[in-house]
Design a binder for this molecule. Structure first.
Ligand SMILES: Cc1ncc(C[n+]2csc(CCOP(=O)(O)OP(=O)(O)O)c2C)c(N)n1
Ligand SMILES: CC(=O)[C@@H](O)[C@H](O)COP(=O)(O)O
Ligand SMILES: [Mg+2]
Length: 626
């Protein structure tokens, strides 16, 4: 096996062209087999095996620097830098991360996870290299989907001005997670099919000879032509006009061709884009047929590609069903996504009401302000978005939505721990960054029925509303508790019983209600009297119910799947102080640190947030004062 000879960075340099081809086949089989057990980002990785081998074979790592946009496609890079042996524990706690991590390898020069950062980071590296008087190659590898993110254009604009040498490899597989959208995507599609691609492919050598003046020749030619329409199909014109040299499109399965072009590109003065055409899911038929399904996959059967387990009903499924239903009842209801149609459960709404569905690309900031514009005209946009991706749009929420009290609904999926994607994707900050914005109303459901009720309530109310719910199976307990939703009102589940050594109020929100059930049992067993209130609203907090309990309990325990800093518990504490509560509080949530990858339960254990661990802390707190 050629793969066995790859033990660390630059081992790929020892291979000849034939062996490089063989290595690509072996890596592909390796990934298909390993990910069938662990799950992970299969389709994107299968698409860039050859591209990564070509790149590594002209780089001297870790001296040369590669920035992977999003970083979900960096598995071959990890294999080629000595991490092949870690793939059995891909994305497991303490195991190999699914994204580049500086602490994992000195070949991971820049950590990623969120989209569209690689050109800015690459430019930063290039400027730093010059300021430090150093000399090495810098590559940013970015997908066509990531090119829909606004930061890319801020970076290109800047790169054209700064004129630093670095190479942007545009990995164009004609897909984001779902179909790629927008004007740029249409432009790339035209480039794929243009005559120049065919010419470039057949005349690689003559194209290479032209490289130093390649861009200018195209621009000169375009200036001369009077047939304006033809300009549209000249690849790279858009980039060239911005002052970024463009090469391509080139074939992303041709390792030798890519090696030559990548190397030549590093010799060009200023920023260069090399446009590479790849195939998402390449070499695994189910993934080539359904790239969206295999973008991020759970373990699967290698023969058929079918999932090994049937997934339980998720909050995303519930959201999906209710949106579709409500779309039929209210024709002002709109659904928005920033390139996460599948993940947020909007496929059914899209199919049923195509005119009221909008995928704006990986553009969370734009999505929020676009929603604000729609809401200003009396429409009801629901922006379904992952908690960690919404972080990008903080000012748009504050400035464009909240100040104007516009009725935009934020359906915040993946709120709480997401597990294997790790620190970049854990949705543990939204309660903090939303709570501090005036006019925001924030809810979190305890179970699947409550998500449905909250969404319907949010559609009928006014002003900005956020509903946050976690990844994974929806809780289907506590079905009998279904008080109608009222603004700022909590729901009492279990009152105090009137007997016990100390009185405790458990005040969980969202997913923590389920955990509080078990916690309550443990505390009852320890001899305490324990009430449980489902707080429902992180903002406005139900002051009345807190005031009611304030005189009766010794301890209030707000619980949230969010960081404690600026979170729900802190707001409850402020409220209790205003009410004049004299007892203790014990805040349950995440400490002030980033939480790495692993299964959600393992991480909860590590964070001390299992019912058992919380109960031990509470018992010790209360017994220390006895
Ligand atoms: C800010 C942000 N929004 C959404 C995502 C989710 N996301 C991860 S990969 C991806 C699609 C990227 O498409 P592309 O760059 O073309 O890479 P491909 O998977 O096709 O290789 C999306 C939307 C993200 N990582 N970051
Ligand atoms: C790379 C990326 O950002 C997405 O693919 C993300 O991993 C999706 O996560 P879910 O599996 O929770 O949809
Ligand atoms: Mg793509």
């Amino acid at each position: 096996m050629v793969l066995d000879r790859i033990q660390g960075p630059n081992d790929v340099h020892k291979l000849d062209a034939f062996e490089r081809e063989k290595l690509a086949r072996e890596i592909r089989s390796f990934l298909i087999e390993k990910l069938s057990v662990t799950g992970g980002h299969l389709a994107s990785n299968l698409g860039v095996v050859e591209l990564t081998i070509a790149l590594h074979s002209i780089c001297d790592l870790p001296r040369d620097q590669i920035v992977w946009d999003v970083g979900h496609q960096s598995y071959t890079h990890k294999i080629l830098t000595g991490r092949k042996g870690d793939f059995d524990r891909l994305r497991a706690m303490g195991g190999l991360a699914g994204f580049p991590k500086r602490e994992e390898s000195d070949c991971d020069i820049f950590g990623t996870g969120h989209s569209s950062t690689s050109i800015s980071a690459g430019l930063g590296l290039a400027v730093a290299r010059e300021l430090k008087g150093e000399d090495y190659k810098i590559f940013s590898v970015i997908g066509d989907g990531a090119m829909t993110g606004g930061m890319v254009y801020e970076a290109l604009n800047n790169a054209a001005e700064f004129k630093k040498n670095f190479v942007i490899i545009l990995n164009d597989n004609n897909m984001s997670i779902s179909r790629n959208v927008g004007g740029l995507s249409m432009n790339l599609a035209r480039m794929r099919t243009s005559e120049n691609y065919k010419n470039f492919k057949s005349g690689m050598q003559s194209s290479l000879e032209k490289i130093p003046v390649y861009g200018n020749r195209i621009v000169d030619r375009m200036r001369k032509t009077k047939e304006g329409i033809k300009q549209l199909v000249i690849p790279g014109m858009m980039f060239e006009q911005m002052g970024i040299m463009y090469l391509g499109p080139i074939d992303g399965s041709d390792i030798e061709g890519m090696r030559q072009i990548f190397l030549e590109a590093t010799k060009i003065e200023g920023p260069v884009i090399v446009h590479v055409l790849t195939t998402k899911g390449r070499g695994f038929a189910p993934a080539e047929r359904h790239p969206a399904k295999f973008h991020g996959t759970a373990p699967y059967d290698m023969a058929t590609g079918l999932p090994l387990k049937n997934p339980a009903t998720t909050y995303t499924d519930v959201f999906s069903t209710v949106m579709r239903k409500m779309g039929g009842r209210n024709d002002r209801l709109l659904a928005l996504t920033a390139a996460m149609e599948t993940g947020t459960g909007l496929v059914r709404f899209h199919n049923r009401y195509p005119g009221r569905f909008f995928d704006v690309g990986i553009a969370e900031q734009h999505a929020v302000t676009f929603a604000a514009g729609l809401a200003s005209q009396g429409l009801i946009p629901v922006f379904a978005v992952y908690s960690s991706f919404l972080q990008r749009a903080f000012d748009q929420i504050l400035h464009d939505v909240a100040i104007q009290k516009l009725h935009v609904i934020f359906a915040i999926d993946r709120a709480g721990l997401v597990g294997p994607d790790g620190e970049t994707h854990q949705g543990i900050f939204d309660l903090s960054y939303l709570s501090l914005i005036p006019n925001m109303v924030i809810l979190a459901p305890k179970n699947k029925w409550e998500l449905s009720d909250m969404l319907k309530w949010a559609i009928d109310t006014e002003g900005p509303v956020a509903i946050r719910y976690p990844r994974g199976a929806a809780f289907d307990g506590l079905r009998e508790f279904r008080e109608p939703i009222q603004r700022g009102r909590a729901e009492e589940i279990y009152p105090l019983r009137g007997r016990g050594t100390k009185m405790i109020l458990l005040a969980p929100i969202g997913s923590m209600v389920e955990r509080a059930l078990r916690l309550r049992e443990l505390l009852l067993q320890a001899g305490y009297d324990v009430a449980l209130v489902n707080m429902r609203f992180a903002k406005p907090v139900d002051e009345a119910i807190l005031a009611d309990y304030a005189n009766r309990v010794d301890l209030v325990v707000p619980m949230e799947e969010n960081v404690l800093a600026g979170g729900f518990g802190e707001h409850v504490e402020i409220c209790l102080k205003e009410i004049g509560y004299r007892g203790k509080t014990f805040l349950v949530g995440f400490a002030d640190h980033f939480i790495p990858h692993g299964s959600v339960e393992a991480l909860m254990e590590e964070e001390g947030l299992t019912a058992e661990k919380i109960s031990r802390k509470i018992i010790s707190l209360l017994s220390s004062e006895e």
